[in-house]
Design a protein around this ligand. Structure first.
Ligand SMILES: Cc1cc2nc3c(=O)[nH]c(=O)nc-3n(C[C@H](O)[C@H](O)[C@H](O)COP(=O)(O)OP(=O)(O)OC[C@H]3O[C@@H](n4cnc5c(N)ncnc54)[C@H](O)[C@@H]3O)c2cc1C
Length: 474
């Protein structure tokens, strides 16, 4: 409640009236349903729709039922689709919204740990798109995007339903995220396990079970290396160490000279203290030179002699270091930054292509205050609201609003009942931080219905478990 209230206040401070309204709507909708009536959503008139077939989004030829194609159903894409579907389009002006994803499930990535460590069920963290889009007019296409032709305004999508098919769009949203970049280290592609998708979480869950069996059979502690000392690496390392309760050797490796370099002071201190208490070994100023089936080689980045390279036995290597945009994106004729992310204006429109909106991890966005947006879900969700508004504005010949990022806080899991958080400047740690984290994520789930189902489960499951395990003394 507190979070929702404070978030509402913050949103009200936002300087763009139109953006503020939608932002406020979605952030407080569940806990304060009455707010919905106060929000003045954009009213759409047939006369305000404009075609982009002539490239300019402001050409004066009206079109009926503009086609909006959204590539990627993650935080950026799905939340844009849902926001657009809530706008009060009239029957004639209603756009045809198509959401394309290669998976049939949306994944709430910040809670991927809960799936891997068996703390939550798959349906809670990764609901299907068909469930989430129920009752909306968004069409979901299960398919792999293979090509975008910015001149012809088409996308080539391969799906089992349609085979290879070309989709025409009046407005395009690119929100396909990034993928793990393992190819630079020999053997990493084959032997390291990245942590980026639902499949990775399920594979990790299975590997943890196998390592537990191995420990019992061979009577030796498994050795687990976590590569990358940023948020995901530290969260994984602490959860793995907690899972084995001292019965495994867990090492975390980073090229830098300290872990969690980008985190807040409070979160870094709490996380480091937790890693120490769980006996996680930190190997800093080291980079991975090679991964094999049962070993990992590390070399010091300070001395680059051959003696500085060390080989360690490893039963499992978890990879959280480095993500890159999808390789097919390099063939899309849009301007990119040196890392391959698509450059946009502060209104989230691709450079020189006003009918293409790019957001989330695949976009290189500098917001209206000049701050470079990070690759986080928090950024992608806020961008989705702005992109949806600007798509509407571009169809109505209205001025788009620039994106302004509001940092709401930082939440980390460090174990089943342990975490660290800094929300609106308030530092929390331990169970209260984990509780706040879960509550904030529940509140951020994509639809009311899913939020309700998950919330109900979190409340009633412990109660029913208690009664199941309770035996009356006879
Ligand atoms: C383990 C983990 C923990 C994280 N924790 C946090 C956190 O606590 N807080 C936070 O703010 N951020 C966190 N992040 C980062 C956050 O999840 C991302 O920044 C966010 O998901 C980016 O949103 P997106 O829409 O750009 O991409 P994604 O959410 O990755 O979505 C991209 C979608 O595009 C689809 N796709 C990709 N390529 C294709 C293709 N060729 N064809 C069809 N579909 C395609 C994918 O299937 C996916 O559904 C975490 C990330 C990970 C991996």
């Amino acid at each position: 409640m507190l979070l929702a209230y404070v978030h509402g206040i913050c949103s009200r401070k936002s300087s763009f009236n139109c953006f503020r309204r939608t932002h406020f709507l979605s952030s407080t909708r569940f806990l304060f349903p009455s707010k919905r009536r106060q929000v003045r959503a954009p009213s759409l008139h047939l006369s305000c729709l404009y075609t982009t077939r002539e490239k300019s989004v402001n050409s004066s030829k009206p079109i009926l039922h503009p086609k909006i194609t959204i590539l990627g159903g993650g935080f950026g894409g799905l939340y844009t689709a849902l926001t657009l579907s809530r706008y009060p389009w009239t029957r004639l002006t209603k756009p045809k919204i198509t959401l394309v994803d290669r998976s049939d499930r949306f994944v709430f990535l910040p809670m991927l740990y809960e799936v891997a460590f068996g703390q939550l069920d798959k349906w809670q963290v990764a609901p299907t798109f068909s469930q989430l889009l129920q009752g909306t007019d968004v069409e979901f296409v299960l398919g792999q995007v293979e090509k975008v032709d910015v001149q012809k305004s088409t996308c080539e999508i391969f799906s089992t339903k349609y085979g290879q098919k070309e989709f025409y769009h009046d407005r395009l949203v690119i929100a396909i995220g990034t993928e793990p970049s393992l190819s630079s280290v020999p053997g990493a592609d084959k032997y390291a396990l990245p942590f980026r998708t639902l499949e990775h979480a399920e594979q990790l869950k299975q590997k943890l079970v196998n390592l537990t069996k191995m420990r019992r059979q061979q009577n030796r502690k498994p050795v687990i290396f976590v590569i990358g000392g940023s948020y995901s690496g530290v969260e994984l390392a602490s959860n793995v160490a907690e899972y084995f309760r001292g019965e495994a050797r867990v090492c975390i490796v980073d090229r830098g000279n300290r872990l969690l370099d980008a985190a807040s002071e409070h979160n870094r201190n709490v996380a480091l203290q937790t890693l120490r208490s769980l006996n996680v070994e930190s190997l800093l100023d080291m980079e991975v030179s090679c991964v094999t089936e049962n070993a990992v080689s590390l070399k010091s980045i300070q001395e680059s002699t051959q003696e500085s390279e060390k080989k360690f036995d490893a039963d499992l290597v978890l990879w959280t270091a480095g993500f890159k945009p999808s390789s097919w994106l390099q063939f899309v004729a849009l301007e990119k930054d040196p890392t391959g992310r698509i450059l946009t204006s502060s209104t989230l429109q691709a450079t020189r292509h006003d009918n293409i909106f790019v957001l989330g991890d695949a976009a290189a966005v500098t917001d209206v205050n000049g701050q470079r947006c990070k690759a986080t879900a928090q950024v992608a969700i806020q961008q989705a609201e702005c992109a949806a508004w600007n798509i509407w504005a571009s169809l109505c010949n209205k001025k788009p609003v620039p994106f302004r990022y509001e940092h709401l806080g930082e939440l980390m899991t460090l174990g089943k009942y342990n975490g660290t958080a800094e929300v609106f400047g308030i530092p929390l740690s331990g169970t209260s931080a984990q509780f706040t984290r879960r509550l904030a994520y529940l509140f951020r789930m994509p639809t009311n219905l899913h939020r309700l189902k998950v919330g109900q489960n979190w409340v009633f499951k412990p109660v029913s478990c208690f009664f199941e395990n309770f035996s009356f003394p006879l």
